[in-house]
Design a binder for this molecule. Sequence first.
Ligand code: KDG
Length: 356
Amino acid sequence: MKKSKIIVALSLVSMMVLSACSAGEVSTTPDPAPATPGTEEPAASDEKFVIRAGIGLNDQHPQYKGLEVMKEYVERVSEGRIEMQLFHSSQLGDDIQMMEALQMGSQEVTAPSTAPITSIDKRFMIFDLPFLFPTEEVASDLLDGELGQELLDGLDAHGLIGLAYWENGYRHLTNSVKEVRTPADMEGLKIRTMENEVHLDFFRALGANPTPMPFGELFTAMQTGVVDGQENPVPTIALQNFAEVQDYTTLTGHVYSPFVLLMSKIFWDKLPEDLQTVVSDGAIIARDEQRIINREYTEELKGDLRDAGMTVTELTPDELKAFQDATKPTVEKFKGEIGKDYVDEVLAEIERLNGK
Ligand code: KDG
C-alpha cells in the first residue's frame, strides 16, 4: 500500500517533468523558420516524420506503456512534426528481423532485450552472464553511466542509434512439468531461450535441454509441447498469460535483462537536430517512467500468477546458491569470449556501485 503511494507520487513527478518539458525546459524546440515570401517549398522544419515502433511483447506490458509515454512526449513537443505509430506482439517481426529493418531504414524504432544484440556486438553478452546484478538500481546506474553509454555509442557503426536502456527485469523460470527447486530438477527439461550463446550455455550447465527461438513463437511452442518451459520476467509471464500453458514458476532471477531502445541510423540522420533532441529526451523521460511501471508491475503481478493457478516457488538462499554455483563455469567461459579485461572492468564497476 505504502509502496503504491510512492509509485503514484513518482509518477506525478514524472508527469510534472513532462509538463515542464512542454514549456521547453528540457528540449528547446526552435520556432519554425518564418516562410520566405515567394518560395513554394515548405521550410525544412515543417517536414513531418513518422516513427514506426515495434516490439515483441503485447500492449499490456510495461514496455508498451513506455512507448506510449514516449509517443505522447514526442508528438506534443514536436508540435505534430513527429507522429509515432506503435506496434506490439511482433506485428512488425521478431527482434532480429526488426533490428535488420532498422539497419535497412524500413522501420524506425524497436526495443529488443540485449540478448539478440550480441549478434552485433559481443560486449552485450555481459548482460547475459548469470547472477551479475545484485539489484535493479545497480543495473540502472551501470546502464545509465559511462559503460552503458559506450555500448550504445558502438551501435552507430552498425546502423543503429542506441537511445536508452529500458527495463525488462530479472528473468525467472517457468515450466509445465514439475516444481523446480534445484538444478537437478531441471534435468532434461526442454527450455526455450532467447537467441543467445550465453543463455544456451548456462541452461545446458543446469542440465536442461535449451532451444533458442524468437519470442513470437514461444506461446505456441509451450502450448504444443515443443518446449516444457521458458524464462522471462514476471510482467511477461503474467501479462502474456503464460499461466494458461505453464503450471510452475521458480523465482530464479538468473539474469537481469535490459531492453535497448534502438532507432534506425538512416532515419536519425534525416531528422533535423531539434527533432533529434525531442526524440532523445523522449526516450529518457519514457525510460524513467517505464522503469517505475515495470518495478510496480513486477511486485503486483506475482500474486496474479498464484491467482491464475501457478505454483510460485521462492528459493531459499542455499537453493539459490546451488543455481549460482552450477552456472559459474558459464561466466568463466564467456569471460574469454567477451574479453577478460572488459568483463573485469564491468564487475569492478558493479561492485563499486553496489557499495555506494
Ligand atoms: O519486445 C521485446 C521482446 O521481443 C523480447 O525481447 C522479450 O525478453 C524477451 C524474450 O524472451 O524474447
